[in-house]
Design a protein around this ligand. Sequence first.
Ligand SMILES: C[S@@+](CC[C@H](N)C(=O)[O-])C[C@H]1O[C@@H](n2cnc3c(N)ncnc32)[C@H](O)[C@@H]1O
Length: 182
Amino acid sequence: MGTIAYIKNFIKDRQVASITPTSRHTIERICRHINFEKDVRIIEFGPADGVFTKIILERLTPTSEIIALETNTDFAASLSQHHDKRLTVVNRSAEDVMEIASSRNWHRADYILSGIPFSFLKKELKHKILQDSAQLLGDKGFFLAYQNSLHLKPHLNAYFPNVQTEIEYLNIPPMCIFKAGK
Ligand SMILES: C[S@@+](CC[C@H](N)C(=O)[O-])C[C@H]1O[C@@H](n2cnc3c(N)ncnc32)[C@H](O)[C@@H]1O
């Protein structure tokens, strides 16, 4: 899958929100914030067909794990074909993260990586996802989000005392990257 799959899914499903995958420059920039030297638990919101997920899996330790939550059925099915025992793909929304994490006995995550279009979400839903994420990340984890606008920043500030913002121009359109933690 690639840009064509994004365009097809974007036409059918507005929540896809993008007609191109995130650029390699953006992915590399976000990866700099992940410690690949130790075992980590990552939750990914909106992996699509795994443009980011597959690169992360190449770098993770053999006993690290990723749970990827993707609402688009075609994308979730496509990523499920990527067999890797460290990856669990769930065709459900980020709003169910708490239930999904605890059903797998995850009471903490080291990173939540999010590409979902927060600006499309209703205020209550946005806040539920951020509140549950902050709880799962505890004092040591980081919420890493990439968005096409700065819309998310004040909402992140409500749950995370430290929010760093970067802009990656080598992305169509330019990408805002947030690293939020306690
Ligand atoms: C902008 S695309 C990003 C895709 C990919 N991670 C990338 O970097 O190119 C957003 C993705 O989030 C998914 N999505 C939207 N809302 C979601 C939600 N509430 N929970 C999980 N996935 C969601 C969409 O189906 C889409 O695959």
